[in-house]
Design a protein around this ligand. Structure first.
Ligand code: FES
Ligand SMILES: [Fe+2]
Length: 408
């Protein structure tokens, strides 16, 4: 259980809030790129996922993000109203939604060679927020040199668009965007997916990643032939803090089945990804990110990567595909119901944590440590500044699943 103050501390994501400042030290995926060569999928559940009258996914804000076209698109990230776009050279930009002149939205902006111009009076900004033009001002006016606009760096990697909304270093540079294998490796097939907009605070979705017990109870024995690989045996789980977050090892001695996943601060879960039913054998792994939209809404993105082995890609048996959309629908609905029903921001003041909640307790501690580091003027765990060496961070040694290990 947490005090009300600590629950507020860990769940509020807006500018100037403690967790908001902590989260702003990291890159977050904000949309699926329309230009990457990954397979793009979108959670399109047969029934609308509505909870308390609020749509959770398709047809909402999430739909637009998942289907970013490069045209100016309003987005909300970490409580800030923004517009994602590509300038005339094709470079992605993320700027404040409302024009600093008189607040017209840049979602109606016009793309210029080096930026975007406001539809109303033409004030033009580049991707760094520098004002390039004020067409209605006198030719000798220097006013445009005095006006800047909110703008955040955006990078493209692994089929996703990533944004950094925190402080830059002395050279005006953001931290290095970590090259995690799942989206940085090029020797395989990648599928990126928009899991939709969830009406829940980001932190309770993250807590689900270190709650291995639920896999046997919420999902146990369901999913049918395609996905029922976890069974109903409650795993004996250990959680250990390692370099970037928490390694969770779940053992099922009755099934002779072990599995380890890696929660990477602040919102990423790096998973092994066995094929449906565990019958087809080929390495495959995935990652999930929970990008806070505001205090009570979260975008969930997923990348699934199937590597080539000895230069060869697998020939998939009939009914299997490289993306995981159709294989996880039952589990996602169950996770969604459990997590959304905890409340938009769950009341940690009244919960009763038990021994199976060791991972949840550890995750809260690491988040609090990160928040404190930022309050003390340091970068939190996992943030690296300086030059990008281009090295890929290979996590296959940490993230394991017996069903992925079997020799091909
Ligand atoms: S409101 Fe944008 S230029 Fe006037
Ligand atoms: Fe789950």
């Amino acid at each position: 259980m947490l005090s009300k103050d600590d629950n507020d501390l860990i769940t509020r994501v807006g500018p100037g809030t403690p967790a908001g400042e902590w989260l702003r030290r990291y890159w977050h995926p904000v949309a699926i790129s329309e230009q990457g060569d990954a397979i793009r999928t979108h959670w399109d559940y047969a029934k609308p996922m509505i909870f308390d009258g609020e749509p959770g996914t398709v047809g909402s804000f999430a739909d637009r993000l998942g289907n970013f076209t490069g045209k100016p698109t309003p987005v909300k990230i970490l409580g800030e109203e923004l517009v994602l776009f590509r300038d005339g050279s094709g470079q992605p930009g993320l700027i404040g939604r409302y024009c600093p002149h008189r607040n017209a939205s840049f979602e109606f902006g016009r793309i210029e060679p080096n930026g975007i111009s406001c539809c109303y009076h033409g004030w033009t900004f580049d991707r760094a927020g520098k004002c390039l033009a004020m067409p209605a001002e006198p030719a000798d006016s220097r006013f445009k040199d005095k006006v800047t606009h909110t703008a955040y760096p955006v990078r493209e990697m692994g089929g996703l668009l990533w944004a950094y909304m925190g402080p830059l270093d002395a050279n005006g540079e953001p931290p290095v965007l970590p090259r995690y294998d799942v989206y940085a490796r090029e020797d395989g097939i990648r599928a990126v997916e928009n899991f939709g907009l969830w009406p829940a605070n980001y932190f309770q979705i993250c807590e689900n990643s270190v709650d291995q017990t639920h896999t046997a109870i919420l999902h146990g024995g369901v999913g049918g032939e395609r996905r029922d690989i976890w069974g109903t045996e409650i795993p004996k789980t250990t959680w250990e803090p390692i370099e970037l977050g928490i390694k969770a090892t779940a053992k099922r001695p009755g099934m002779n089945y072990n599995r380890a996943s890696y929660f990477i601060l602040p919102t990423m879960n790096r998973l092994p990804q066995p094929w449906p039913g565990g019958k087809f054998r080929w390495p495959r792994f995935s990652a999930l990110w929970r990008t806070p939209v505001d205090d009570t809404h979260t975008m969930v993105f997923s990348v699934c990567f199937t590597p080539a082995v000895d230069g060869k890609l697998p020939e998939l048996p009939a009914g299997l595909s490289f993306d995981i959309t159709d294989q996880l629908l039952v589990h996602r609905e169950q996770d969604y119901q459990a997590i959304a029903s905890q409340g938009r921001i769950t009341a940690r003041t009244t919960e009763k944590l038990a021994t199976s909640d060791g991972g949840v307790i550890l995750l809260r501690k690491l988040a609090m440590d990160g928040i404190r580091a930022v309050q003390e003027g340091r970068d939190p765990q996992g943030v690296r500044r300086g030059s990008d060496t281009g090295a890929i961070i290979d996590l296959e040694q940490i993230v394991e699943d017996d069903l992925n290990k079997i020799a091909i």
